[in-house]
Design a protein around this ligand. Sequence first.
Ligand SMILES: [Cu+2]
Length: 66
Amino acid sequence: MTNLTLQVEGMSCGHCVNSIEGALKGIGVNGKVDLENHTVDVSFDENQVTLAAVKEAIEEQGYDVV
Ligand SMILES: [Cu+2]
């Protein structure tokens, strides 16, 4: 398992949390949004999902991975 903390801009409320965590779940990634710190903790199997795909899933929801 790979565990990373990503810096993500534009998250502000529960809707953001749900859309990001839901999108990550959809590609087999465990995600935990921290609104105060503007971060998303992600945990995934690198044999199944690439970091690029993780970033893309977040960006597709309208947020910027720094
Ligand atoms: Cu929001």
